[in-house]
Ligand binder design. Structure first.
Ligand code: 0WD
Ligand code: CA
Length: 434
């Protein structure tokens, strides 16, 4: 049975702040870029057929209000002004493990794919086009892995995820949310996103909410119809990684090798956003090779490429759009810096710059009507509260599908034993039986 629910507007109140060590956006992290997104088609449609609610025109309820969102609300707006309140508690993310995916996308419960950053010249003239035709093995991105790798990591590391007290069901995970970092990044940037919507499938299983993205029809169309130039530009980011990363602390990068985008090193971190205990994984490009560098995730480095900035307009766009994505992606797992290669139209890296995440909010200060970390984090927090309220049936074959398109409210539909179910039998069985 498919239940389609029409959702109404939500009014928001202040999130109560506790005084625990909060993860202050002005004191650490960093940023990211996706070179093409902003050039893409604006019209996006929702494939699942849920009806959207009307945009929320309710005024923001201010004043001395309690705790969380009012439980009476039925839908969720992404309007920025609703989320401009104090920064929510975000605990320093702690790395609880890691895993690697090899050249054939096989899972290993270790750091064998870790790479080490070797600082390039400031003006290195790296040719990012080199090897695209003859030394590139591209991951098949039509294969949807959902949360499978994270679930494999959980099964291999259950003892690290402390169980609840005697009152709760035995061996339940001691977290509220399990997901990919990339899905949380999309949530953080939603209040500022005007082009691309998302679909997030949510299943409640043994008290934990699992969140896994579903590709939208628009994203599938884009993926299947990418132009050759776009395909090549996607390669440039991986080529930049090859120019700047070595396989071990004593070696140097090998730009003559093959770029294989199946390979990945992923960190698994635990943290808390207000009252949401999060466990998520994200791909990490490399780490500081100094053995005295701080422990993960503080030694990690995110690598990016971006078009070189030649005009004030380009600089402003870089601050307004690209830095938002870079910041959100790295702030979440506590990665403190982004190293960016700025390239010309021929794919030659003309300058390399480091962006500490903690300085990004200073960089954007002079931009009019720019993004704010607090809006991103408060929206994510309220979305997770919303999900907890809606996704109440604890059943691995039930999916609550949350759907969002720019300029709309978040809506949802419920699906039982459908194409959207994503928790694999091997996971459900292992978690239920042992
Ligand atoms: O199937 C898919 N469409 C997705 C797969 C979407 C999101 C992630 N993934 C996979 C990735 O391949 C990777 O194994 O999940 C893992 C990474 O998850 P994440 O860290 O949560 O994802 P995100 O933060 O969006 O991306 C981190 C990096 C990217 O770096 P840049 O600098 O471009 O943001 O993961 C890589 C990429 O290097 N990556 C991918 N690599 C191959 N195919 C993909 C993809 N579809 N998406 C992200
Ligand atoms: Ca990267």
């Amino acid at each position: 049975m498919v239940l389609l629910l029409l959702l109404c507007n939500v009014t928001l109140t202040k999130v109560a702040m506790d005084q625990h060590r909060s993860h202050n956006p002005n004191s650490s992290y960093q940023n990211r870029l996706s070179a093409y997104k902003r050039d893409r088609d604006e019209s996006r449609r929702n494939p699942c057929g849920s009806k959207h609610s009307r945009p929320n025109h309710h005024p923001y309820k201010s004043g001395p209000t309690p705790r969380q969102n009012p439980p009476s609300s039925q839908g969720l707006s992404t309007r920025r002004e609703l989320y401009e309140r104090d920064f929510p508690v975000y605990k320093q993310p702690v790395e609880v493990g890691c895993f690697s995916l090899d050249s054939e996308r096989r899972f290993f419960n270790d750091s064998r794919q870790m790479r080490y950053y070797v600082e390039p010249d400031r003006n290195p003239n790296f040719d990012l086009r080199d090897g695209y035709k003859d030394r590139f093995i591209k991951r098949d991105d039509s294969v949807k892995e959902k949360l499978d790798h994270i679930l494999r990591w959980i099964l291999a590391n259950r003892s690290k995820l402390s169980s609840r007290g005697a009152t709760a069901s035995p061996r339940a995970l001691d977290v509220d949310i399990v997901t990919w970092r990339g899905h949380l990044t999309k949530l953080l940037t939603s209040p500022y996103e005007t082009r691309e919507g998302w679909l997030l499938a949510v299943t409640r299983f043994r008290g934990t909410l699992y969140i896994s993205e579903v590709e939208t029809e628009a994203a599938r169309r884009d993926r299947e119809n990418r132009e050759e130039r776009h395909e090549e530009m996607m390669y440039w980011g991986y080529k930049f990684e090859q120019y700047t990363c070595a396989d071990n602390t004593h070696s140097v990068p090998d730009p003559g090798g093959v770029v294989n985008t199946n390979e990945a090193f992923c960190t698994v971190v635990q943290t808390r956003l207000a009252d949401h205990r999060l466990l998520f994984s994200g791909e990490v490009d490399c780490r500081d090779k100094d053995p005295n560098a701080p422990a993960p995730p503080a030694c990690y480095i995110e690598l990016k490429t971006s078009a070189e900035i030649c005009t004030p307009k380009q600089r402003s766009n870089f601050h307004r759009f690209k830095l938002l994505k870079w910041w959100a992606q790295s702030f979440l797992p506590g990665v403190p810096r982004v190293v960016a290669g700025f390239r010309d139209h021929e794919g030659v890296v003309v300058t390399v710059d480091t962006f500490p995440i903690s300085k990004m909010s200073h960089l954007i200060k002079n931009e009019h009507n720019c993004w704010k970390p607090t809006v991103c984090m408060n929206f994510c927090c309220d979305f997770l509260s919303f999900v907890k309220r809606i996704a109440t049936e604890d059943n691995p074959s039930v999916v609550y599908l949350f759907s969002w398109e720019p300029h709309r409210d978040v809506t949802y539909s419920v699906h039982r034993d459908s194409q959207y179910s994503f928790l694999p039998h091997w996971y459900v069985e292992k978690m239920t039986s042992s």
